[in-house]
Design a protein around this ligand. Sequence first.
Ligand code: SAH
Length: 362
Amino acid sequence: MVHPHIKISSISPLERQIRSIIAKKGPITIVEYMSLALSEKTHGYYIKKDPLGKAGDFITAPEISQLFGEMIGVWCAHTWQAMNFPNPVALVELGPGRGTLMKDLLRATRHVSGFHNALSVQLVENSPALIKTQKATLAQEKVSISWHNTINELPNHVPLLVVANEFLDALPIHQYRKTKTGWHEVMVALDNQNNLTFQLSSSPTTTLSIDLATEGDIYEYCPSAIAVMQEISLRIKTQGGAALFIDYGYLEDVFKDTLQAVKEHHYHPVLKDPGEADLTAYVNFSLLASVAKKAGVCVFPPVTQRDFLTALGIRVRAATLLQKSPAYEVSGLERLIDPAQMGTLFKCLGLTHPSLRTLIGF
Ligand code: SAH
């Protein structure tokens, strides 16, 4: 008899599925691997559970401190005023996690005259588990809130105020490695023991023409982040508005492997337990800025999270909270802006309709 607590096999249904896909059709790209691990319709990491917070796998800025969502609220209200108070306006959040940022943003802007009357909240989220959490977090809000599976479903005829924190890093990337024979795509294959392993594609890719790299360098490319940037930029150009993307990433090409898995707040091997760990890659801000520029919007040079939050008055707000309640936990402030923590690794990218010449925080 098999004891019910002893696992017969430690391979999850998703890993089994990935192995069988590779056995059938050969090695898959990292884009395919990440898409399955994160978003497979039943076992995908984001699809089945809420991974955020202390008890989850990782923690994000809005979960660290209410100051973060409040500052994004200041950015939204200020930008809405600079846009000349459009009514209606769609307040869009991409990948809202637990809904904490939106809750803090709405609380911080409650007294901004006319803002809540003008806005409808539009959340883009593909995780049923997180939609449930968002609905619970935002249940008491008086404004209208709609959910969309993709950006394409957003309203077409209203100006947009778009915010996205740690959304782009969750989108799947391709990886290429430079060798003597050119750039070869890094694939996910099976080794002799039938375990997942990385393997270079045998023939070089012909579409990548980057000369500035040396042998062994890695180039990462995220087609969905580019598609998101194109779509949001085109909408802002035609519908009006502004967007704010916050994420960890780099301003110049780094030519290194930034793909990482995190489980229970620790790094985890990327190919181990697909669907059980978060998978992310750094965001290529300069590439995304150039995509937005090409699409015809006004792009503000990316700034660090530290500079952005400081310009919005995060220190003043923290001092006020501390004055009101001496028990107020200020450690969150340092975590958000300290260069040794999230302060400089995280960058902010702002874009606006060309008629808006300035953008608060940039
Ligand atoms: N912004 C939140 C959550 C970041 S985690 C915070 O700062 O706490 C990434 C979020 O993006 C999750 O809500 C996840 O479900 C969502 N997400 C990831 N890929 C997505 C996709 N392709 N389409 C829509 N939402 C996605």
